[in-house]
Design a protein around this ligand. Structure first.
Ligand code: NAD
Length: 522
């Protein structure tokens, strides 16, 4: 792979000609194509003709590589790139920079002088055509094809050599290293470039989708969507970017409130990974004609399995026993647990996950009771769960309580101090729903005084969880909100997002905003 850099404004911040007051601004004009490079050079030499050569060369010292350039070039060389420099500037700084950076070749102009005074430049002038000829000569000499050539430049004078390359990185001065860093610097770069060019053609005219969070954006790209992906975006950056997008696919902690939904007049779709809609102002979205979707079913089985895992971990103290044994101890008699079989398990919220938990619990020979004010008695019968008519009734009968309700204004602190007091002495609690469903201070107190025997928590009032009272207790099992974190759930979620975006593109083509909220109760 061959990579050819323009020097001034690209590898270096300074523009040589801007150091002379009489030629300031000519670089910008030549770069923008406002004057031809030849005219700019003629104008410049008229201005400096007769200047002492030493004074002229002295200005070349200002042209130095940006401080990150040597490291970036080293990385490129390590990755197998052949480095070359093509400059419309002068050999007295091009040679110095080329040598310092270990470039394989460089081309630049040569100034002419007479009696120690500058008279002009040698022919042929290194203009746009000469730069292209240089690149083509290198391709021939080193045996690189056009597809194996990258050109990085910042002005009109670089356009010709860019045409000789498989990939051009063009920008107006300065951020070369950011640009280089953003490009995947690897041996198959041109393959990447080819794909990205094909992709660009495929996506032109399609709605723009902003993807935020740990989401397989490559899969979305491969499906032909016009996406810009970010691993994480702070709120201010999200607000700043949104106006350029038609859809937001979001997996992050930011509440998608009115301010965010109003940030883009183009926004027509918000797709949020996961089950709950407590992180979106759905009413405001509806008012604005923004369709809100999530992936309510994709993680049901994963969360149910984690729930059972946490239940057994809690009853048999598996995490504590592991930590102790891994630490070199052998406390066989200390880790006496209790069996799940024969106990009464209370399921609060007998929806998708609650039922999936019930199905699994049957294998353990437990009695299952459930409370869900929105279900009919037949719904309980269908899943073999004994219906309780009040939460208090369920709490009073259960050895283990597992929570599977959505977070709503009614379920916020559903398990408060008063309700915890109605639980059986020595009962266990599992929460894989939402942290705010439980009053964590009341819970910590109940665990500390032995009212409750233990708690297993995947979700917390504030996430990420900060160190607090719960950490001091030996009877708590923590996981960092990983209910949906399985390969299978992620794949289902991604497929669902692909389906939603496909639908969205089709509806976008008819330019009608979609106002339907596709969600049931989630
Ligand atoms: P769901 O909508 O299918 O079921 C929720 C059930 O709760 C419904 O049947 C509803 O009638 C019932 N409910 C509502 N208010 C209630 C109340 N006050 N008392 C008792 N029952 C009530 O939802 P689901 O897919 O089963 O998800 C359940 C919970 O799991 C949600 O809070 C969701 O946020 C959480 N979740 C967590 C993870 C994780 O990573 N830990 C992943 C997915 C879902």
């Amino acid at each position: 792979m061959l990579i050819v850099f323009d020097i001034e404004g690209t590898l270096c911040d300074a523009e040589f000609w801007d150091s002379f007051p009489q030629t300031q601004g000519t670089a910008a004009k030549a770069m923008s194509g406002e004057t031809t490079f030849r005219d700019a050079m003629a104008q410049r030499f008229r201005a400096v003709k007769g200047m002492p050569a030493e004074e002229f060369y002295e200005q070349g010292k200002r042209v130095v590589p940006r401080k990150e350039a040597p490291e970036a070039i080293r990385i490129l060389k390590d990755a197998g790139f052949t480095i070359a420099l093509a400059s419309g500037g002068f050999d007295f700084f091009a040679e110095r920079i080329g040598t310092t950076l270990g470039a394989a070749a460089w081309t630049a102009n040569k100034a002419t002088e007479e009696d120690g005074l500058i008279t002009g430049h040698a022919e042929p002038l290194v203009d746009a055509n000469a730069k292209r000829a240089f690149v083509e000569r290198l391709q021939e000499e080193f045996g690189f094809t056009r597809a194996e050539t990258i050109v990085v430049g910042d002005g009109a004078n670089d356009a010709e050599m860019m045409n000789a390359a498989g990939l051009s990185i063009a920008f107006n001065a300065k951020p070369v290293l950011e640009v280089v860093a953003n490009v995947k610097v690897r041996g198959d770069l041109c393959e990447v470039a080819r794909k990205s060019i094909e992709h660009k053609e495929k996506i032109s005219g399609k709605p723009r989708v902003l993807v935020v969070g740990n989401i397989n954006a490559e899969k979305l790209e491969n499906n032909g969507f016009n996406v810009a992906a970010y691993g994480d975006l702070p709120r201010d950056k999200l607000l700043q970017l949104l106006p350029a997008f038609d859809a937001l696919v979001y997996r992050g902690n930011e509440k998608l409130d009115a301010e965010i939904l109003d940030a883009s007049s183009r926004l027509r779709l918000v797709a949020r990974f996961g089950v709950g809609l407590d992180h979106i102002d759905v009413k405001h979205a509806e008012k604005r004609g923004i369709r809100v979707v999530n992936t309510p079913t994709a993680s049901t089985e994963s969360v149910a399995e984690l729930t059972i895992g946490l239940m057994l971990s809690l009853l048999r103290r598996i995490p504590q026993a592991h930590a102790s044994t891994a630490g070199g101890e052998w406390r066989k008699n200390y880790f006496t647990g209790v069996e799940l079989g024969g106990k009464t398990v209370g399921i609060v919220g007998v929806g998708r996950i609650g039922r999936a938990v019930a199905r699994r619990l049957k294998a353990f020979g437990v009695k299952i009771v459930g409370f869900d004010p929105f279900l009919h008695p037949e719904d309980f019968k269908d899943v073999g769960v004994e219906q309780k008519n009040s939460l208090e009734e369920l709490l009073g009968e259960s050895d283990i309580v597992t929570l599977h309700v959505p977070l709503t204004s009614e379920t916020n602190k559903l398990l408060d101090r008063r309700r915890i007091a109605t639980m059986r002495d020595g009962a266990f609690l599992v929460n894989t729903s939402r942290g705010k469903v439980v009053d964590s201070i009341a819970l910590a107190e109940a665990l500390e005084c032995g009212k409750l025997a233990g708690a297993a928590l995947d979700v917390f009032e504030e996430e990420p969880l900060q160190r607090g009272k719960l950490h001091e207790l030996d009877n708590v099992v923590f996981t960092p909100h990983i209910g949906a974190s399985t390969l299978e759930a992620q794949a289902r979620i991604e497929n669902e997002i692909v389906r939603v975006l496909t639908e969205f593109e089709a509806s976008h083509a008819t330019t009608k905003p979609v106002t339907q909220n596709s969600l049931a109760f989630a």
